[in-house]
Design a protein around this ligand. Structure first.
Ligand code: COA
Length: 416
């Protein structure tokens, strides 16, 4: 079967998570992705958070499947020459080095264009070029703080809080992926490549757009009635942390179920959908609330919404989260159990859909990783193992025309 990106050659000059997440997806969808790594060192994630001594960490394998790996010291004259050859033959180059690192290596955008005008050059930085923080090195949590996620996440009596979801890292990689695929389509029209830049701050902000919406509403109205602070606590001049509030037009909250005292995940998320209120009231044992003026409309409920949630928790007290959802789904209440990572890892439906896959990794054996969250009707990505450091160095050099002696010398001189 021909995969959609077959024939697209990608130089993967990335590390940690943001860049590798992008190039991994290109590889899943058929691109020929070559990870270029520092000889003897490789991507730092090979060694970070190792669970088995002297084996590539899951941190690495889960972000670099379906790729090839080449060791290459791109700071040596010969290493630069080899990288130039690779660039001439590639469709895409992706990097997420610290600001200025690629320029210092001699590979400015101008130089890259000179080498290959058709190349699409994808670049991740913490901040955009216009930012006063453009020179900063940035990791996930820094981006979440700078992109508006941290100041709006958490509870009102606690500090700004980091989300567990990789809003700064993998999310930026996904944005870059959209940009690269767009630029490849553009190239079909113009014949030219282009630079595609995504900052982690911007990618986080793009997912925090509802909070920017709320900032503007706050400035117009002075309060945000769907936030838990309403109506008892005065609002300041910035969007506050909203706890587990819905964020959309339908209020919701995380509610305790049977067993919450000992199980940290014995909760459901319960949404009160305006158009489904009569059935919701019936589901939780209060059909009379459908017509009661104190409960009948969203506006009437909002001032005492936490009393309503408390009453729903009383209804939930003798039901497990799964039993509760079984009942509520019959009444079309938008809800879900809070699932632990353990439950997710062993969820048969996620395995069946390919959202979690078991991969056979050289030396390690079988391990679980996320599969493609995007499902296609004409193909199913086959997730394979991640490459060992330098596994494909000789193969790539031979493809570039280097003979056995030349390859041996490059190894001896530690260029590869
Ligand atoms: N051969 C020779 N040198 C190489 C090389 C290779 N194959 N690959 C990398 N290097 C060099 C770089 O040129 C750089 O050298 P320099 O600083 O002397 O110019 C050096 O290795 C380290 O580069 P880098 O990985 O960028 O720096 P770091 O480890 O100190 O910082 C980050 C890591 C992630 C903080 C930084 O890369 C960054 O801010 N990136 C942009 C945002 C980002 O993607 N963050 C991570 C999200 S998961």
């Amino acid at each position: 079967m021909v995969l959609p990106l077959e024939g697209i050659k990608v130089i993967d000059f990335t590390g940690v998570q943001a860049g590798p997440a992008c190039t991994q997806m290109l590889a899943w969808y058929g691109a020929d992705v070559l990870k270029v790594e520092r000889p003897g060192v490789g991507d730092v994630t090979r060694h970070q958070l190792q669970d088995i001594p002297n084996l590539d960490a899951l941190y690495f394998t889960m972000l670099n499947s379906n790729k090839k790996s080449m060791e290459l010291d791109t700071k040596t004259a010969e290493g630069k020459k080899i990288l130039e050859q690779l660039i001439r033959g590639a469709d895409v180059l992706v990097e997420n080095f610290a600001p200025g690192a690629l320029d210092r290596m001699g590979f400015t955008w101008e130089r890259i264009q000179e080498l290959n005008p058709r190349l699409v050059f994808g670049s991740v930085k913490g901040f955009s070029e216009e930012s006063p923080y453009a020179d900063l090195k940035v990791y996930e949590n820094v981006a979440q703080c700078a992109g508006g996620a941290a100041s709006t996440t958490g509870f009102w009596d606690g500090p700004p809080t980091i989300s567990a979801a990789a809003l700064g890292d993998s999310n930026t990689g996904m944005h870059l992926l959209i940009g690269i695929l767009t630029a490849l389509l553009h190239r079909e029209k113009t014949g030219k490549g282009q630079k595609v830049a995504v900052s982690m701050q911007d990618a986080v902000l793009n997912l925090c757009r509802v909070k920017l919406r709320d900032q503007e509403r706050l400035e117009h109205v002075g309060y945000l009635e769907e936030y838990p602070q309403y109506p008892k606590t005065p609002f300041g001049d910035a969007v506050p942390r909203g706890g587990n509030a819905g964020g959309g037009g339908q209020p919701g909250w995380v509610l305790k179920c049977k067993g919450w005292e000992s199980d940290p995940n014995a909760y459901i998320y319960f949404t009160i959908q305006e158009q489904n209120w009569p059935r919701t009231a019936e589901a939780i044992g209060h059909p009379e609330w459908a017509k009661d003026p104190a409960y009948a409309t969203a506006r009437a409920r909002q001032p005492h919404i936490f009393d309503i949630f408390a009453e729903i928790e009383r209804w939930l007290a003798d039901k497990t989260k799964h039993e509760a959802v079984e009942i509520l789904r019959k009444y079309e209440v938008p809800c879900a159990p809070v699932l632990s990572m353990k439950e997710i890892a062993y969820d048969p439906a996620l395995r069946a859909s390919g959202s979690i896959v078991e991969v056979d990794q050289e030396k390690r054996g079988k391990y679980l990783t996320v599969g493609s969250p995007v499902k296609f009707s004409s193909f199913k990505p086959d997730i394979t193992g991640a490459p060992l450091l330098g596994e494909h160095t000789d193969e790539v050099l031979a493809g570039l025309g280097y003979g056995a002696d030349a390859i041996a010398r490059l190894h001896k001189d530690k260029v590869v």
